[in-house]
Design a protein around this ligand. Sequence first.
Ligand code: ATP
Ligand code: MG
Length: 416
Amino acid sequence: MIELISIGAELLTGQTVNTNGSFIAKTLAKRGFRVQRITTVSDEEKSLKEAVKGALSRAKIVITSGGLGPTGDDITRQVLANLFCRKLIFDPAVAKELKERYGQSLSTLEDQATVIEGATLIPNQTGTAVGFFIQENEQTVIVLPGYPPQMKEMLIEEVLPWLDRKMAPSYFEKTVFLSLISENGVDRELKRFEKICPDVEVGICPSRGVLAIYLKTEAASREEAERKWAPLLKHLQKMFEKHLFSTENREMGCALQKLMVLRKLTLATAESCTGGDLAARLTKISGSSAYFLAGLVAYSNQMKEKLLAVSSKTLQIHGAVSRETVEEMVEGALTVTGADFAIAVSGIAGPTGGTKEKPVGTVWGAIKQRGQRGFTGKIPIRKGWDRASIIEYSSTYLLSHLWRYLQWNLPPFGAS
Ligand code: ATP
Ligand code: MG
């Protein structure tokens, strides 16, 4: 059993998101090691001590991150030394290495070359804080720095090989990603499959237009786990074929990119309310230049006219948030960029700006292939969603419809 402890006052105020916790848990899960609990504590002696003691009462292996720095608030080393009744000692070899790297000027040298007696050191290639394996009575506390790149390096270079030697993997996970489908629809279908693989646990997690289905099982190797969930996976792939876009990556843009590149198609976007989110989502993916030509953000009416040739009459009569406007936006994007496909979007992301006729969450989208019939529709935004959710959902929804059109020839904005 493995537990994690994330240390840092900034994690409790919400100033820093605990990405270390999720990174370590995810990395271990991929290797078949299950994390039982993640505790977050402040850099404060009493709570840190309690957290480590508590974790050691349940788990054989405890991994901590944070609080190894030279600043006064970093007390992890001190607290662990006290807890295991060990001394903190000056390590000349660590000091020499730090001196070589940073010169004599490193004022914190004394502190950073202080190590826990009897612990195995984990070298820090890029920073000053060394990590530790503290072993006692068949239990191990692995102490890593909080700075994410340094933590990651030590985890991958030192901790994973150590874990591989120390324990057999026992628990594996696989996720499949669906779009344009509701949680209820999936849940109902999954219940029918429960008997196919009784020793595979299934969970679903919806998030702004993407539904993740998790398959989890106990197994001695990934191959064995793959064999165990294969019948269920086959069923899922068949049952949800028009929705299942990936078994690896939750970003719809990746699935879309694969298809567009394969078919040698190009894409442009014309965005208003999403403010470039569509283009950003697509260009975050390496290789996007192979098919993505341009993302035009025409936020004001004037720019819709100027950049995308939307007529002032359309804007006057129907308004910027309308079927007619997105139809002209998508046409404009195709003309300006010469792309094979274009996506356009215009809506009211709120929280202000809504009217009785066009409340917050009214978002129109359009998808069109050059020279072909275009598709337009209202994006089904749920009441009460905040600005960020409306933007993210709208992007995912439009990308999903384009993906499904290309993959399955299903007209966008039709019945899901
Ligand atoms: P060093 O400062 O020498 O790298 P450290 O162990 O003392 O080592 P901290 O001072 O605790 O590290 O944190 C360094 C940086 O890493 C800070 O910016 C902090 O917000 C960030 N950090 C700490 N813990 C986490 C975490 N769990 N997830 C993401 N970022 C974290
Ligand atoms: Mg800290």
